[in-house]
Design a protein around this ligand. Structure first.
Ligand code: PLP
Length: 394
């Protein structure tokens, strides 16, 4: 049994808790004080002694970021690239793959818009085909349908673990078992799962994984990371190379780095990177299991309360659910609900069909309100949300 999260300490260490009811953790979570301090300290050091000099002084801290991420997701430090965001991380892996006419790419209904746009662009350029694996009766990716579709023409399975637009947790490890058996590369978008539930690349069996800093990890904005398995790094030529990703060895030659940092570029936000490492360490200090227990319990409570409100429909589907809670209010557009809540100091967000056509489109939902809890949220905050919603009328 994990040691439960000490909520009052978590709130004391989160300055934003004094100002807002923050239920937009799937958008950007409130940073804890240690992350804030680490970022500000490094910016001040840069101002005091110079940016390059500050980077040299902080080199051990920056190197430790790779160790921290490796511990978080169960890989080795050289399999990690730290980049600007999850989209860039995902793109660096996806656009490194080569497709030919007739190749098939399998994805999920849950898939994020940016990933799908990239599929469509590459399909148009190369003649590869994109196929959406059906959901099962619970609303998660159907393992049976995936198994049925896997054959030699499938060159990639790219799936979203936890979607932006619902509380679903896709069965990543079951997908990994199938892709391993079939010898097909598996790219997992773990942007919404990392930081709120255990994500271990060996348990899951994915070959590539992307994540962001600012969501459930509570890191700084403009940070993210990519994991690429040892077995894949040297097979993947990054779509962009620079003098960090490669070395200019002779007038006509260059050599690409052997580690995952080939997917990075030279100039980076050092303060953000250090802050990302602190955010990972901070999450690990609470324990990811303890975080998951608290987050899922709060989300269960929130769904129960919402379901009791007249005119409110909870929209989450799936066998396993997480800290993202989505709902609609009869006769009130999601954006109006979000504004009504914001006016009362409650942060939520809206997921529109343009972020998730394969899912919200298929369910005929133009938009849903998204309330995403974190371990520092309280039962009282959930009650405040529900009380405020009761006064939201068409
Ligand atoms: C937010 C999100 C992304 C994009 O992350 P960025 O850090 O904004 O690039 C990708 N996938 C999912 C499922 C997301 O929710």
């Amino acid at each position: 049994m994990p040691v439960p999260v000490n909520v009052s300490r978590a709130r004391q260490e989160t300055p934003g808790c004094a100002n807002v009811v923050h239920l937009n953790n799937a958008g950007a979570a409130l940073a804890p004080a240690p992350v804030l301090d680490a970022v500000i300290d490094h910016l001040q050091l840069e101002a005091r002694i110079g940016g390059y000099e500050a980077a040299a002084a902080a080199a051990p801290k920056v190197n430790a970021v790779y160790q921290s991420i490796a511990r978080l997701i169960g890989c080795r430090p050289h399999e990690v690239a730290v980049v600007e965001n999850a989209t860039r991380a995902w793109d660096m892996a996806f656009y490194a793959m080569r497709f030919r006419p007739g190749d098939r790419i399998l994805t999920s209904r849950a898939e994020y818009a940016s990933n799908v746009i990239a599929f469509l662009q590459v399909a148009r350029r190369t003649g590869a085909q994109v196929e959406v694996v059906e959901d099962d009766e619970h609303g998660q990716l159907s393992i049976m349908d995936l198994e049925r579709r896997l054959d030699d023409a499938v060159k990639l399975v790219a799936v979203t673990h936890v979607p932006t637009q619902s509380g679903l947790v896709n069965p990543a490890a079951e997908i990994g078992r199938l892709t391993r058996a079939a010898g097909v590369p598996f790219l997992l978008d773990a942007c919404q799962s990392v930081g709120q539930l255990p994500v271990d690349v060996a348990d899951i069996g994915c070959d590539m994984l992307s994540a962001t800093g600012r969501k459930f990890l509570r890191g700084p904005r403009g940070t993210g990371f990519l994991y690429v398995s040892d077995r894949f790094i040297e097979m993947l030529e990054p779509p962009f190379l620079d003098l960090h990703a490669a070395t200019w060895t002779d007038a006509q030659t260059y050599e690409i780095r052997p580690d995952a940092r080939r997917f990075e570029n030279w100039e980076t936000n050092q303060a953000g990177k250090i802050g990302l490492g602190v955010a990972v360490d901070y999450a690990l200090s609470w324990g990811i299991e303890a975080i998951e227990d608290r987050v899922t319990a709060l989300a269960v409570r929130l769904r129960d309360r919402l379901a009791q409100l007249p005119g409110v429909t909870v929209r989450d589907r799936g066998r396993r659910l997480c800290g993202i809670v989505t709902f609609t209010v009869d006769g009130v557009p999601a954006a109006d609900v979000q504004r009504h809540l914001a006016a009362a100091g409650i942060n939520t967000s809206v997921s529109a069909v343009t972020s998730a056509r394969y899912d919200l489109g298929a369910r005929d939902l133009p938009a849903v309100v998204r309330a995403s809890v974190h371990y520092y949220n309280t039962d009282e905050e959930i009650d405040t949300l529900c009380a405020t919603l009761s006064s939201c009328r068409p």
